[in-house]
Design a protein around this ligand. Structure first.
Ligand SMILES: Nc1ncnc2c1ncn2[C@@H]1O[C@H](COP(=O)(O)OP(=O)(O)OP(=O)(O)O)[C@@H](O)[C@H]1O
Ligand SMILES: [Mg+2]
Length: 228
């Protein structure tokens, strides 16, 4: 693999939470994410999966260490660069969905498009309908998130993350609430995105995802290893 194929480089990051007890959530973690690759990261609860995704997505800063995205230093982004990065370059599928309860499904997915300054109504409508169709939840386009099951909300959260066609999708347990059929739909969709050159990084406990992954990482107590 040449350097040109690398989308994300994580170099020796530590994330230390200071509190009642200090927690070393990431302990000298280094890894690469290549373009067009689906990477799965496995580890027990509390091992640091979400923390790593949030550091790569620039939602949290690592305590020390360096993160590069397309050779730019993510950990040094200022507020404006951080928000542009989050709006245009990455799609984050949150473990706890993070849908806005006062907005309906359409409006939740419209929000990232609004932040990206997509103004044309037709473009927005086509994009949102297309995503909902592919994820099998188009009939809920006008529903409120609270009217949906956990698995349906999970798929809306996936549509929100994909709305701006990001080159990196960071997915935190995206299949946790899905039945077999919908899990297949979601994983096939994420795998198809890698065929378009996008990269997908999935934190998971779901062993089925191993069948879709090009690379597998294991993490335990903040220490990451590549599983070959
Ligand atoms: N905001 C926070 N403040 C303090 N400690 C935190 C915070 N977030 C996570 N931690 C700690 O960091 C460690 C890693 O947590 P993290 O959420 O990354 O684990 P995880 O692998 O995603 O677990 P799960 O499989 O349960 O989602 C845990 O020990 C957790 O208690
Ligand atoms: Mg987690």
């Amino acid at each position: 693999m040449t350097k040109d194929n690398i989308l994300v480089q994580v170099e020796e990051i530590y994330k230390i939470f200071k509190g009642t007890v200090d927690t070393v959530a990431l302990d000298k973690v280094s890894c690469d994410i290549n373009k067009g690759e689906l990477v799965a990261i496995y580890g027990p609860s509390g091992s640091g999966k979400t923390t790593l995704l949030k550091c790569i997505g620039n939602i949290w800063k690592p305590t020390t260490g360096r993160i590069f995205f397309k050779n730019k230093m993510v950990h040094k982004f200022n507020d404006e660069e951080s928000s542009q990065f989050r709006i245009h370059d990455i799609g984050f599928i949150f473990q706890e969905f993070n849908l806005i309860p006062s907005l309906n499904v359409y409006e939740n997915i419209e929000l990232p498009l609004h932040l990206a300054k997509v103004k044309e109504k037709n473009v927005k409508k086509e994009r949102i309908s297309g995503l909902l169709e592919e994820l099998g939840i188009k009939r809920y386009i006008k529903s409120s998130p609270k009217e949906l099951s956990g698995g349906e909300q999970q798929r809306v959260a996936i549509a929100v993350a994909l709305a701006n066609d990001p080159s990196l999708i960071l997915a935190d347990e995206p299949t946790a609430n899905l039945d077999t059929e919908n899990r297949k739909i979601v994983l096939s969709h994420l795998k198809d995105l890698t065929k378009q050159g996008k990269s997908v990084f999935i934190a998971t406990h779901d062993t089925e995802i191993m069948n879709y992954a090009d690379t597998i990482f294991n993490i335990d107590k903040g220490v990451l290893e590549i599983n070959n």
